[in-house]
Structure formats: structure tokens, C-alpha cells
Design a binder for this molecule. Structure first.
Ligand SMILES: [Fe+2]
Length: 380
């Protein structure tokens, strides 16, 4: 890979960073002539007062608002259909996703349905890059830091059959409000698992088989921010500077997914989450050391480069391995996938699903079926 290899950058839209930025939301929408908004969120954010802060902010601009607040932690196609129906029954001129990846992904799924006219599962395989329908202004206000959904082109949804991903440039939020104050109340476990997800996006994008040297620079920045700030944010959730650092790591990780996709760590993770209900960051934590060791066999230079560029001390491969596993440990992930309720009987199904995943196909070291099965075997 050289700097003269061809690549394409798709820059995301506006991102407004900083403590208190969410309070400007109403004046921002009103200035754009958007006077009626639908918020997609989960019930927990109403209870902790975050939804109230956002609706107060919209009130400052006299923006009318309705709320769909039934998003599940693992958002389903039913959530998407409900949100889309609510959108179609109103006359809204802005769609606002408020919450973690689940709320943002539900809103993205609703956008896919609004723009394609088919249900989210059927939209799978459609690249939602163009539409002859009006494209609603799409805002994302993340309240967790890690999924990168606020900046990426894809969303992960669960149908009755399996987890699946829909992608498209029109699913990328056009305006993102990155206010670290909204993450101050995030509990320790959620902080660790979501922040570690951001790190996995960045290391996956940096080492996969896609070419995008600009995204690679931002992946390094994302990893640096996660390594520097995630342990502090986990230890002391009230540290606004650490919260802001992890939030930027997440945003940049999402940017990198949007440009390059991820790697086998995510490729082997999604099938696990299709079969059992588990915390995404914890499954990634269990998978990461195995996939790293597997990739080190043919991509040692690429991983060593991360350690060198981030100034990690000692042998570069050991240093990046220890740094990555150190972040994984923060999630309290189990050592084996069996702890999530999987058994060796699940390996054929896991392998089949993993091979369908773009993330697996983009892993820096090609992953044939036999290797994927062996990895699962070693991890269960
Ligand atoms: Fe992820």
C-alpha cells in the first residue's frame, strides 16, 4: 500500500463539539426553518433527564417535538417500523436520534425505510446512497461514546432471523451534536464497553485490507484518544475532559468505519450477538486477543506501526497487544465465548454467518472458513 494508491473520502456533515452544545439545538433547527422534529430514543433517557434537556433546548427555538421512545438495547426491525410509521403519520421536518448506538441505528433504519419504501430487512443489500424521495434532515445526539454510529454510514439491526447491517451515505447523520456532558451519567460498565468498541473500530479500520491513508491517520488519532482517556473515564465518570476524549475517539472511529469498514474482530462478533444477547463491547473483548494473534502472523508490521506511531514503549507487537488487551479488560469481558451461553455445536452456524460479513471479508489477513471455525473453537 502506498500513498499514491487510489482511494475516495466521503466526509461526514456538520459536527458540533463541546460541553453544553446540546442546549443550542432549538435555535439551530429554527435558524434552518425546521420547526417540527421527531426524536427517536430509549425509555432510559427520559428517566435520567436527558430527553427533558433536549426538549427544553428545542423549546428555546419554538420547535414542536414528538418522541418515539421504545428503542430496545438491541434495536429490532419492529422498532424501526414503529419509528418510520410515526414519521409518516406526522409532518416532521427533522429526524433526531438521541441516545447510544441503538437509538441512532433505529433512526437510520427508519431513514432507510423512508428513502427506499421497503422494510429494513428488505433494504439489506440496497446501498442507500441515492433516493428520489425527499431526504429528511437527520440529527444525531450521542449519549454514549463508542458505536461511532453518529458518524458512520451503517446501522446494525436485529430481525427475528439474525443481526444484519444496512449501509448508505444517506443514512449518515447530517448534523451531529457531540456534547460530553450527556455522557457524564453513563455507568462504569457501559463507559468501558462502548469506549472499547470505538478502539476496535479504529484498530480494525487501520489494519484491514481497504486503502484509505487519511482514514488511517484518523484511526491512529482515535486509538490514541481511547488509550489516553478511556481508563480515566471508566475510573472517574465525572471527568469531563476524559469524557470528551472518548467521545472524539468514538466519532473518529465511526469516521473510519464509514471510509474503510472494520475487520474480523467485528466480523466474528456479529454472529455471536445473533445467537445470544450479550454486551457488544464484552464480546469484542473476548474475541480481540485471538484475532490479534491470528493477524500478527501475517500483518506484524502493520500492527507494530501502530505502537510506533502512538509512541508505545517496548517491543512494538507486545506493546500494541498489551495496550489493546488492557482496554478489553476494562469491559470485564469473560475469557471464553462459552460464558455467553455458546457451545461448540454453534460453531458451524457462527462460521456461516461470519463469512457473510463484510467485516470478515475485509480482515487484513484473509479468513477462510476453516480458520474462522478454528478461531471459534479456540474461543468457546
Ligand atoms: Fe462495534
Amino acid at each position: 500500500m502506498t500513498l499514491s494508491d487510489p482511494f475516495t473520502l466521503n466526509w461526514p456533515g456538520n459536527a458540533l463539539f463541546g460541553a453544553g452544545r446540546v442546549d443550542d439545538l432549538g435555535t439551530l433547527l429554527a435558524a434552518r426553518g425546521q420547526m417540527c422534529a421527531l426524536i427517536v430514543t430509549d425509555p432510559g433517557l427520559r428517566e435520567v433527564g436527558v430527553l427533558g434537556r433536549v426538549t427544553d433546548a428545542l423549546g428555546k427555538g419554538a420547535v414542536a417535538v414528538d418522541v418515539y421512545d421504545r428503542v430496545n438495547p438491541n434495536p429490532t426491525t419492529a422498532n424501526v417500523a414503529e419509528a418510520r410509521q410515526m414519521w409518516e403519520q406526522g409532518s416532521y421536518d427533522a429526524l433526531i436520534a438521541l441516545g447510544g448506538g441503538s437509538s441512532i441505528d433505529t433512526a437510520k433504519g427508519a431513514m432507510a425505510e423512508i428513502l427506499t419504501g421497503c422494510d429494513a430487512f428488505a433494504a439489506l443489500g440496497n446501498d442507500v446512497n441515492t433516493s428520489d424521495r425527499p431526504v429528511p434532515p437527520f440529527y444525531a445526539i450521542p449519549t454514549t461514546s463508542g458505536t461511532g454510529s453518529e458518524c458512520s454510514l451503517g446501522c446494525v439491526l436485529k430481525s427475528p432471523e439474525r443481526k444484519f447491517v444496512i449501509r448508505g451515505r444517506l443514512l449518515q447523520p447530517t448534523t451531529v451534536i457531540m456534547d460530553p456532558e450527556l455522557t457524564l451519567s453513563l455507568p462504569r460498565g457501559m463507559t468501558a464497553s462502548t469506549g472499547f468498541d470505538a478502539f476496535c473500530h479504529a484498530i480494525g479500520a487501520f489494519t484491514n485490507n481497504q486503502v484509505n491513508p487519511v482514514a488511517d491517520e484518523l484511526a491512529l488519532a482515535s486509538m490514541r484518544l481511547a488509550l489516553e482517556h478511556l481508563p480515566t473515564a471508566v475510573e472517574d465518570g465525572s471527568n469531563l475532559e476524559a469524557r470528551a476524549g472518548v467521545m472524539m475517539s468514538s466519532y473518529l472511529g465511526g469516521f473510519c468505519i464509514g471510509q474503510k469498514g472494520v475487520d474480523g474482530i467485528h466480523g466474528l462478533c456479529t454472529p455471536v450477538e445473533s445467537i445470544v444477547t450479550a454486551v457488544h463491547g464484552q464480546v469484542l473483548g473476548t474475541l480481540l486477543p485471538h484475532v490479534l494473534r491470528y493477524n500478527f502472523e501475517t500483518l506484524a508490521d502493520r500492527y507494530a506501526l501502530i505502537a510506533t506511531r502512538l509512541g508505545l514503549k517496548g517491543d512494538p507487537l507486545d506493546a500494541i497487544f498489551d495496550a489493546a488487551v488492557g482496554l478489553a479488560t476494562l469491559t470485564d469481558c469473560p475469557e471464553r465465548l462459552g460464558a455467553f451461553g455458546l457451545s461448540t455445536d454453534d460453531i458451524p452456524r457462527l462460521t456461516e454467518m461470519a463469512l457473510l460479513s463484510q467485516a470478515t471479508q475485509r480482515n487484513g489477513r484473509p479468513m477462510p472458513a476453516s480458520d474462522v471455525s478454528e478461531l471459534y473453537e479456540a474461543m468457546i
